[in-house]
Design a protein around this ligand. Structure first.
Ligand SMILES: [Zn+2]
Ligand SMILES: [Zn+2]
Ligand SMILES: [Zn+2]
Ligand SMILES: [Zn+2]
Ligand SMILES: [Zn+2]
Ligand SMILES: [Zn+2]
Ligand SMILES: [Zn+2]
Length: 267
């Protein structure tokens, strides 16, 4: 559940991990570490057959065979073209040079050199390290909280590792948990701070920012405001529009508390 997760459970070793030896002929579908299809030492809730496939060399990897012990980390690796430790490059300079200076994000496993960080890091950091993509609040965009203060929301999926949704700072996470968020951009709103215009969807009863739904323009908003009984159905409640949006963005639909959310968010 979204209410349990956060915290980074494990801090992995810094610097490039041991390279994988691809010596087995046999089954190319099998895990490059244990050479099995199904892994016995998997995390609770993670199917033994779940493997990450390297976007470059196409080898398969059981998360637990790489000592990936955090469901947040595993689910986030499925949200982008993940690279195995043999193929890992720095997201800034795109090289694999100086692998002893290559950091791995504890939330998404992307690589970055200590010297490619902005500002450059003098040494490998102790404790958890998060890349810039994982250390920004989805809602208020702050980059302030320390590595363990971030709240990463993963929507549980039956028989699977879960679908990564978003990262929040503790304060925005609190609003998110209390369902005070626009389901399209996943930005939260506070009861007292009412600076952005929003409209409530008649179908799902959720509040949508003007501009977040492409049919909810400033002009449409003015029209609704002038009506006695304004009617509005959001994009998430319109199967035709939501299918079109998913096809054009490659985003996925997930169910959260019985309603639809899109990840990554459409805004
Ligand atoms: Zn394995
Ligand atoms: Zn690879
Ligand atoms: Zn680099
Ligand atoms: Zn990251
Ligand atoms: Zn925030
Ligand atoms: Zn919004
Ligand atoms: Zn709706």
């Amino acid at each position: 559940m979204a209410s349990q997760p956060p915290q980074i459970l494990s801090v992995r070793k810094k610097g490039r991990p041991r390279k994988v030896k691809f010596d087995q002929p046999g089954d190319e579908e099998a895990c490059a570490h244990c050479h099995e299809l199904s892994c016995a030492t998997t995390l609770k809730g993670v199917p033994g057959t779940l493997m990450l496939t390297c976007d470059k060399c196409k080898t398969n990897h059981h998360p637990s065979c790489m000592e990936f012990e955090d469901p947040v980390l595993i689910s986030k690796c499925f949200t982008y073209p993940w690279l195995c430790s043999n193929c890992k490059t720095c997201t800034k300079c795109n090289t694999a040079d100086n692998d002893d200076k290559l950091l791995f994000c504890d939330v998404c496993d992307r690589g970055l050199h200590t010297y490619c960080n902005d500002p450059p890091l003098q040494r490998l950091p102790e404790g958890a390290w998060l890349c810039k993509l994982c250390a920004e609040c989805q809602s208020c965009k702050t980059t302030k909280p320390g590595p363990t203060e971030w709240r990463h929301v993963v929507i549980p999926q039956k028989g699977d590792v879960g679908q990564f949704l978003a990262t929040f700072c503790p304060s925005c996470y609190n609003d998110f948990q209390q369902d005070r968020f626009c389901p399209i951009c996943l930005k939260v709103y506070s009861r007292d701070a009412d600076d952005l215009a929003m409209v409530c969807c008649d179908s799902c009863d959720r509040w949508i920012h003007v501009g977040c739904d492409d049919e909810l323009t400033e002009k449409e908003y003015q029209r609704l405001v002038e009506q006695e009984e304004p009617q509005f159905t959001c994009i998430l409640c319109d199967p035709i529009r939501v299918t079109r949006a998913l096809e054009s963005t490659g985003a996925k639909e997930v169910e959260y508390k019985g309603q639809i959310l899109i990840t990554p968010s459409l805004k």
